[in-house]
Design a protein around this ligand. Sequence first.
Ligand code: ACO
Length: 341
Amino acid sequence: MLRSQLAGAMPIRRPVIRSLATYVPPRQLTNADLEKLVDTSDEWIMQRTGIRTRHIVDPGVATSDLAKEAALEAIRRAGLTPHDIDLIIVGTVTPDMLFPSTACLVQHKIGATRAWGFDLSAACSAFTYALTVGSQMVAAGAATHVLVIGADVMSSIIDYTDRTTCVLFGDGAGAVVLGVSEDPTLGILDFEHQVDGSGGPALCMPAGGSLRPASHETVDQRLHYARQDGQAVFKFAVRNTGDICERILARNHVTADELDLFVSHQANRRIIMSAAERIGMPEEKVVINIEEFGNTTAATIPLALNTAVETGRLKKGNLVLLASVGAGFTVGSVLLRWAID
Ligand code: ACO
């Protein structure tokens, strides 16, 4: 852990986000479109979730395709080439296929000939987890340039006849290149993660794994789609997003006043705002872009960071708190000082 580094001892290698890029497919699925598919309304979706539209891939476009676009641009913005990348970590719950890993597919597609890599499965917490694993590899001196990607094609596992899930999700990808910070006061400062496996049944894709391999029956029973107990997930997310934020802030003796930006996983506007209120973050310091993208699972945090950059709300030196809750349940948080001009 990097806790001691905040407490005074200077890190040998401070990991830092050197660049950020995102990609969403051009096609949109609006609330008005969904009104034609299921018994729902723009008013209900906006009121309960804050989502107005989401981006959806065309048939044949996979997670690795979205990841490739974000990755190449992130590498370019870092002033590097794919050859400079040592390690690729892809956070996703919708890999192109069970194996090979999407990291291998991305490695080949972008021509990162020196890199090794793997996928990381933590659902909506995949980006905070992958950022932590990648930054620890940099801190340890095991890698110099790590490509961390959060990418999901949620439309591939969503049942568009189920109004309780189909209104929530979208497709997208975000990538960052991690490196060694020249200024040790900037970069990834700390993390805090946890899992609660007892929450597994509340949000899962029941078939397609070793427990229930694909069969005519599993397809007939629509078990290859995401299923959730929305209220159980909502309650867990509200409580645990707030809890983990409080813990990481307290440990680092950081008050909400000192934070410049709160960037939470974008599942539901109400979940984000209740966590923000709990830690005392005013609305102007909270990034919410769920209206345009929906819940893109592993991609929400990089997409939200990108929105903050594009709207001039994220500047070099800013103290930023990332937080996530996802299927598992997985819970994550990362405290960082933004280092990009
Ligand atoms: N349109 C219209 N009505 C709907 C829809 C819809 N799309 N979906 C559900 N309803 C109905 C329900 O059937 C129910 O009707 P009833 O009262 O006649 O039974 C009514 O609306 C209320 O349903 P609730 O489930 O109580 O609605 P709630 O306020 O809890 O909102 C929601 C549902 C939006 C799913 C919420 O529970 C939620 O956001 N949960 C978190 C789920 C989530 O974000 N999962 C993503 C992954 S995990 C993560 O990212 C944290």
